[in-house]
Design a protein around this ligand. Structure first.
Ligand code: ADP
Length: 335
């Protein structure tokens, strides 16, 4: 905290589809927890979504959905700046300037870049390569120091810190170092239901639980999660796919429920059918109120427009102040 002012928080979610449990537990839950205590900027990363989703037919409904689902999870657009990345033009300016401080080699080595190249070999665009630079621009534009994100974003945050430090070294001290934030705990990774990788908007649709899934679909997805014949002896280590089911249970079930199944597992007396049924019911109870609330917000276009305008206005004030400092530090002032 500087000069007794509140610390600045920034984070974003791409508008590439439906939000899921990973987005909730990795990011949105912390947005909601942080909104009371900090100055918060939360953004729909619509420009970032163009790196992998060049077809823009679904862009508008996707942007509306991300906004509605964030609000349904408890984010208050009056307390935070909730805005669209494309509405704050200063982002593009800072991104361009930071590109001079980012090296091709480090960008090519980024794990998410390498993954995306594997997934979309036909569309390896420069935007994909410079994704971490645009992300750094989003964060540094508000001179944010805390970035609530899931574990998959750890490397990107390290890159944001590097770009901030290089800028400060070369031109003078403008940016604080931004850090991934989860209230002092390990960053979260919500695993996918098929036991491989993480829940995600664009991959593993059937192994991901979306905040918009019907009760029936949630039950179906969970009942299909991979299990086996059960432990053959007491106190055996859990295979990954079973560990994942317990991990999901820890997110939505009551502590005594989890304890009971842990004990059953350690006694080698667990029934995976019962475990999944219980998880399915607890998951349904968790998702249903969010889904219902989001649905009514999503269809209220006039309200969403007001939210976006209000958010962009707040974000632009902070962005303009930072860009003044940036231009001055670099020396882009000739009179
Ligand atoms: P996605 O990977 O689903 O497209 P984004 O890249 O838009 O999601 O990420 C939005 C936020 O959600 C980020 O903070 C990211 O760390 C978090 N997130 C995404 N998937 C997961 C997951 N499976 N577990 C934890 N956090 C996640």
């Amino acid at each position: 905290m500087e000069n007794g002012k509140k610390a600045i928080v920034m984070s974003g979610i791409r508008s590439t589809g439906f939000l899921h449990l990973g987005n909730y537990f990795g990011a949105i839950r912390n947005y909601v927890r942080m909104q009371e205590e900090y100055t918060c900027y939360f953004m729909v990363a619509d420009i970032h979504s163009l790196t992998t989703h060049p077809d823009t037919k679904e862009l508008k409904p996707n942007v509306h959905r991300v906004l509605a689902e964030n609000i349904a999870c408890g984010l208050d657009p009056e307390k935070v700046a909730l805005y669209c990345q494309s509405h704050v033009y200063e982002t593009a300016e800072l991104y361009m300037l930071l590109n001079m401080l980012a090296y091709k080699g480090e960008l090519e080595k980024t794990t998410t870049f390498k993954d995306k190249v594997r997934q979309h070999p036909e569309n390896v665009n420069a935007g994909l390569l410079t994704y971490p630079v645009l992300q750094a621009a989003d964060i540094l534009l508000h001179r944010a120091s805390l970035v609530p994100v899931g574990k998959d974003q750890e490397q990107h945050l390290e890159m944001s810190r590097n770009f901030a430090n290089r800028f400060n070294h070369r031109y003078g001290n403008v940016f604080p170092e931004p850090y991934a934030f989860n209230f002092g705990e390990e960053l979260i990774k919500v695993p996918s239901l098929d036991g491989t990788g993480k829940m995600s908007k664009s991959e593993n649709q059937y192994a991901t639980i979306f905040l918009s899934d019907s009760d029936e679909l949630i039950r179906k997805k969970i009942m299909k999660a991979k299990t086996d014949a059960g432990p053959s002896a007491p106190n055996m280590p859990k295979p990954d796919y079973i560990e994942n089911i317990f991990l999901l249970m820890k997110l939505v079930s009551a502590p005594d429920t989890i304890l009971k199944f842990e004990e059953d597992y350690n006694k080698a007396a667990i029934r995976y059918g019962d475990l999944k049924k219980q998880l399915a019911e607890d998951m349904v109870a968790f998702v249903t109120p969010i889904r219902e609330k989001a649905e009514s917000i999503r269809t209220d276009e006039a309200y969403l427009r007001r939210i976006m305008e209000m958010g962009a206005e707040k974000a632009r004030i902070s962005a303009a102040a930072t860009m003044e400092k940036v231009r001055e530090a670099i020396g882009l002032k000739y009179y």
